[in-house]
Design a protein around this ligand. Sequence first.
Ligand SMILES: [Zn+2]
Length: 381
Amino acid sequence: MLDLSDLPVIDDHAHMFGPDAKDANPVRSFTMLEHPKDIEHQLLYHCAARALAKLYGCNPEEEEIFKLRKAKAQNNFEEFVADIFQKANIEALIVDPGYPPTITVEEFQEIVPVKVYSVERIDEHLFDEVMEKSNTFDELLDTFYEQLDQWFKKKDVVGLKTITAYVTGLNIPRVDRDRAEEIFKEFLKDKKRWIVEFGFGQKHYIGPFEMRIFLFWEALARCAEKKVPFQIHTGDGDMDMKDMKEASALLLQKSVLNDELAKQVELVLVHSSYPEVEFASYLSYVYTNVHIDLSHLNPFLNVLVGRKIEEAFMWTPFSRILYGTDAYGIPEFYWFGVMNFKKELERVLGYLVARDALDEDYAYKAAGMILSENARKLYSI
Ligand SMILES: [Zn+2]
């Protein structure tokens, strides 16, 4: 049996939490709060309660965990967070600061005891800003490039990210400059008609889609130039996702992955196009610049995540699989991701060793790569 408990972890895709996390009900924070109906009959609810009960040394009852945890967290929140991160052996986090918008990376860095890096979103709020403030197309491009350059100057910014899968879908072939300029002129005639409610009640310029796609390719070109990775949200996301078929990584094959510019950029398929992890894995086999990230499905699939780890192993080299959680809201989320993932990784790798597909030394090496080394190398941290 492998034991991965001592290996350090870099979470390659997570979000942030603020000081209000000290009042949270942790069992419910793990589950999709948008759908509280039947929550106590979900596997994740039970699994989270049992894991938290072990962490706090109490019974796996929601109320008991909530009370005990509240007392601990309110007593000294900083110490409480530090203890949880230490137990999980987390070395660093790479966060997407796009969510939640209520806290900055600098503020979050004050709360957690590990190094925080970021991948910056090219979508909201940058898209809103350039569309809102620019009076000409040239001005729009200048503002866009200026923001990207500012990010690239910060040593803690290790890449870019897009959630365009939610909006335009991932069939996003190049849009030429003239067409984008024409679209922008149309936009200027009546800006208001493009405002749509998106992202938990916030208002954004969602369209025009061709402008977004044009800027996606501009950002990709900048990543190629600066040699930084680009995270692309693929597959399942939160409840804003209107059409999951459109977020399939398979759509990137025709529209992006065969493009010569895209081939120069290290692309990370965030969430491995869940539930189509096997497809994402296959893409990473065909395109050697494609990496897959196992966040969100870990820890949401909790003890069943091993099935998706197996799919990832079907085609993707161990050197291009990244550990992640998509954690937010409470520190325990980051901890649970590690504890849950390591157990399932031990089981899957253990099976491969028992089946004489891998030797034990290489199994440990593969685990080390997935849990931290691949991220360290890819993001140059
Ligand atoms: Zn995320």
